[in-house]
Design a binder for this molecule. Structure first.
Ligand code: NAD
Length: 496
């Protein structure tokens, strides 16, 4: 397979991947994906219409019903997933570069964070595929009752742009481990690495048609999730889109997993190890320019240490380097596109107009090109303000102080989201109490943004439902079947 370089990408055209082949759109339409650092066109992408979506879904349906995939033993499926992991490991440099160019994510974060995790995800689900069992349930004399777990069939995976390759791997590995086939649709802002993932699956020996990828925007996503041959929807993205997708799922009574937005708090108590808490809050608020679903976009800090903590936090933010995502020096790259940058600026204006104080704004020079957002910290924030309630998806931190644990819990739970929280304390009893009281699907204690494929997570409240990761994700891509087997030779059922 040819090695990607920034130059080879400039002239690249990328098609859909349908039935194991590169396929252009029936309409011939294409759209451009931009490099958010250079603001120049990176590649031309085939743009799907409903007829292309239909082709992709039918390909996945054929592969599920008639292809060799159903006959592939769970053990063999596992082996294929391990091969995918191996190819990702071998091609990590190139895949890291692809997301850096397409998304603006710093190359070093992709290389040392996302890619090793993607490898582990495929290894984990490779190991899972032949280890999950049904159960035998004691019944009446003469009855042998048991349950089976079966794949749903064709899974529609609709994905966001903020961690393109990682988000695609998180969905695809358990989908395949459970024996389903898939149609993936990545956000139109960052399509390149998802198409590459489909090709890696083929190279690993996964049969054509098992993994299909279509490209395009919301209309393509809408056509996919409402297609009559889709058996389950797995979505990661904003809460607003999640609601639209749930309506489409309701129309056809298909199940949906929804991983949605967040407004996660970092909660710092006076007993916290300061160095650890500072590093955690900095990372959680500004890493990937605040474009993580679990970004710690609210800092709740105990009043007694607030002034000193904020002073030291500002010093650390000032030392961050904004720049070319491909440079090893860069801590923060550009936002993904001009619309995200405008959204960020509009929230800064909203914060000021609502009466929050712009405590800090990053002043260092930013590169000449690129959609760079200067990190900001607001204090004097009230919980009802929009900057404390809404997902900004940029490097903006809203700071509130609390007097005691009860107030910290009240503030933490004062939003409609419930995705994640980090708690910084050296009091173990307090850590346990907080873990139980904070309404979020992931609680990190004295750590943050810590991911492990064997540990499941699920959003609470408006952050969605259904797990990613863990055995739980495997189960979400299977349905149960209950079998009553009457071996008595005469009676029909209990009492008859
Ligand atoms: P988005 O909701 O705008 O788009 C996500 C995907 O849905 C894209 O592929 C888009 O084309 C598609 N889409 C849009 N409208 C659709 C419709 N009506 N029907 C079907 N598909 C449609 O989200 P985004 O801006 O790409 O990503 C950012 C969001 O993703 C943030 O809210 C972030 O918190 C969330 N996110 C959540 C998690 C998680 O695990 N909870 C992880 C990453 C990102």
């Amino acid at each position: 397979m040819a090695t990607l370089t920034p130059r080879s990408l400039e002239t690249r055209t990328v098609d859909h991947l349908i039935d194991g082949r590169d396929v252009s759109s029936v309409s011939g339409k294409r759209f451009a994906t931009l490099n958010p650092f250079t603001e120049q066109k990176l590649a031309e992408i085939a743009e799907a219409g409903p007829e292309d979506v239909d082709k992709a879904v039918r390909s996945a349906r054929r592969a599920f019903e008639k292809g060799p995939w159903q006959q592939t033993s769970p053990w063999e499926r596992g082996r294929l997933l391990w091969r995918v992991a191996e190819i990702i490991r071998t091609r990590s440099n190139e895949l890291a570069l692809l997301d850096a160019l397409d998304c603006g994510k710093p190359l070093k974060d992709n290389l040392h964070g996302d890619l090793p995790l993607c490898v582990r995800i495929f290894e984990y689900y490779g190991g899972v595929s032949d280890k999950v069992r049904g159960s035998v349930i004691p019944g009446e004399n003469g009855f042998h009752n048991f349950t089976l777990r079966e794949p749903y069939g064709v899974i529609a995976c609709v994905l966001p742009w903020n961690y393109p390759f990682l988000n695609a791997c998180i969905k695809l590995a358990p989908v395949l481990a459970a024996g389903n086939t898939a149609v993936l649709k990545m956000a139109e802002k960052t399509p390149l690495s998802t198409v590459e993932l489909g090709k890696i699956c083929l190279e690993a020996g996964i049969p054509p048609g098992v993994v299909n990828v279509v490209n395009g925007g919301p209309q393509v996503g809408a056509a996919l999730v409402s297609h009559p041959l889709i058996d389950k929807i797995s979505f990661t993205g904003s809460t607003a889109t999640g609601k639209a997708i749930l309506k489409a799922a309701a129309d056809r009574i298909v199940p949906a997993t929804l991983e949605l937005g967040g407004k996660s708090p970092s909660i710092v108590f006076e007993s916290a190890n300061r160095e650890q808490a500072l590093a955690g809050v900095l990372f959680s608020a500004f890493f990937n320019a605040g474009q993580i679903c679990t970004t710690g976009s609210r800092l709740l800090v105990q009043e007694s240490i607030a002034e000193e903590f904020l002073q030291r936090l500002i010093e650390r933010v000032m030392s961050l380097r904004l720049g070319d995502p491909v440079s090893e020096e860069t801590d923060i790259g550009p936002l993904v596109d001009a619309s995200q940058l405008e959204r960020f600026h509009s929230y800064v204006r909203v914060g000021i107009s609502e009466g929050a104080r712009l405590l800090f704004q990053y002043q260092d020079s930013t590169p000449k090109t690129g959609y760079f957002a200067a990190p900001v910290i607001f204090d004097s924030v009230r919980p009802e303000m929009r900057i404390a309630q809404e997902e900004i998806f940029g490097p903006a931190l809203a700071v509130m102080t609390f007097r005691d644990e009860a107030e910290a819990i009240r503030l933490a739970n004062s939003v409609s989201y419930g995705l994640a929280a980090s708690i910084w304390t050296s009091d173990l009893n307090q850590a346990f109490r907080m873990a139980r009281s904070v309404q979020a699907g992931i609680i990190w204690t004295n750590t943050v943004e810590c991911w492990d494929p064997s540990v499941p997570y699920e959003g609470h409240k408006q952050s969605g439902f259904g797990e990613d990761f863990g055995l739980e994700a495997y189960y979400t891509y299977t349905k149960s079947k209950s079998v009553f087997l009457n071996t008595s030779g005469n009676k029909l059922a209990w009492g008859r």
